[in-house]
Design a protein around this ligand. Structure first.
Ligand SMILES: *[C@@H]1O[C@H](CO)[C@@H](O)[C@H](O)[C@H]1NC(C)=O
Ligand SMILES: *[C@@H]1O[C@H](CO)[C@@H](O)[C@H](O)[C@H]1NC(C)=O
Length: 376
């Protein structure tokens, strides 16, 4: 089905299609938040939005967004909260949570999570604290970026607050560790509804539950049957399921078969990374996280980029496109269209490209090319 859709797209039309998907995505979000809480408050025509640059390349790529928004006079006032996974002091997390509670909407880089320490991931802490339960990542070829396979266009909906990320681990006796994976019907149902609502509002036909129910019969079994049950309420949308290992193989062999994938926490993390690699890398994949009250936009493939920090070589595309999703969430669609279009145009033309997609341009040069396009 995805194959046919791709063939039907003419070069140059793809872009429009891409944009439409984003706007549809965002329109569908209102259903996930109570009407009075979904939209942030607007004072004097300006929205206040929390900005958490995060670690690694976060500052560089959010600078790019800020520069573009300023140039375009986007009516957003940033409330910057500096929080880092590298520091011992996690005061910033409380500040970030409070800021998001006030503003309801945020743009966020990735916070570093050391593997060598016992303390919890701040990314996870933030999502749990605000019950930002659904992560949405869109994996679609970007016109002009060479990838091994074409016709890729799927959405990945990932449960963000439980599963393997419960953070409940202990050593029962030396050398024996128990790591608890928590699955609940409530949260499985909630994420399944999100996936089907998303599918319905974006004219997608198939929702695939990803699981490992052949081994984790109870936990993943619950997830699988819950997704199928919820699917009963959505006639016209097909539902099937795939074991996560097969899904990984299918993702690299024939990703065109995917439409909407709904996954527990860990499988979603892995599949979003496979998805990013399919279309050209983590610098290209936008994403968003939603709760009932809050929406936090962040690159879909959560790479910190500590290795290239401060080098001005990062590709800000994922962050810019996440920011245009944010604009649509606020109803600032014409700003979103313009900025997204200019970004895609610069990539398609190919004269100014960052290193990750075969160019030599800096983050700043890429940002300036977008500005030139916007002001042409
Ligand atoms: C853990 O890793 C971080 C980053 O690599 C490093 O800064 C820190 O010193 C390490 N801490 C310990 C206790 O090894
Ligand atoms: C793996 O996925 C493919 C395509 O979705 C399906 O046809 C096949 O039956 C699956 N294999 C197994 C062992 O589940």
């Amino acid at each position: 089905m995805a194959d046919t859709r791709h063939q039907a797209e003419k070069p140059g039309y793809t872009l429009v299609f891409f944009l439409r998907i984003y706007s549809d995505n965002i329109r569908s979000l209102a259903t996930f938040a109570s009407p009075e809480s979904v939209l942030p408050k607007k004072y004097g025509g300006t929205y206040t939005v929390t900005l958490i640059p995060g670690d690694g390349i976060g500052k560089e790529i959010t600078d790019s967004v800020q520069t573009i928004f300023k140039d375009q006079r986007v009516p957003i006032n940033w409330e910057v909260v500096d929080v880092s996974g590298l520091s011992e002091d996690h005061q910033g997390v409380t500040e970030a949570v409070n800021s998001l509670k006030r503003n309801k909407v945020g743009l966020k880089g990735i916070l570093y999570t050391p593997t060598n320490k016992t303390h919890k991931s701040l990314n996870v802490a933030l999502r749990k604290e605000l019950d930002i339960y659904a992560s949405l990542v869109l994996i679609k070829n970007i016109p002009g970026v060479k990838s091994r396979l074409d016709g890729i266009d799927f959405a990945l909906v990932r449960e963000n607050t439980e599963g393997e990320y419960s953070g409940l681990e202990h050593q029962s006796v030396p050398g024996v560790v128990e790591s608890l994976k928590i699955m609940t019907r409530f949260k499985s149902e909630r994420i399944a509804k999100f996936a089907f609502d998303f599918a319905k509002k974006n004219n997608r036909q198939l929702v695939t539950a990803i699981h490992k129910a052949n081994i984790m019969k109870l936990g993943d079994g619950l997830f699988r049957t819950t997704v199928k049950d919820v699917g009963q309420d959505y006639p016209g949308i097909e539902v099937n399921d795939l074991i996560v290992d097969n899904a990984s193989m299918q993702a690299v062999a024939k990703p065109q078969q995917f439409d909407v994938l709904v996954t527990p926490n860990l499988y979603g993390s892995i599949l979003s990374n496979i998805g990013a690699a399919l279309i050209g890398g983590p610098g290209l994949v936008p994403g968003a996280n939603f709760g009932r009250e809050y929406a936090v936009f962040e690159p879909g493939c959560r790479h910190v980029g500590l290795d290239i920090k401060g080098q001005n070589t990062a590709n800000p595309t994922a962050m810019i496109l996440s920011a245009t999703m944010l604009l649509r969430h606020l109803g600032l669609n014409s700003h979103a269209d313009k900025i997204s279009q200019a970004t895609h145009d610069v990539i398609l033309e190919g004269n100014v490209r960052t290193r990750d997609i075969g160019g030599t341009s800096t983050t700043t040069e890429f940002t300036e090319a977008i500005l030139a396009k916007l002001n042409a």
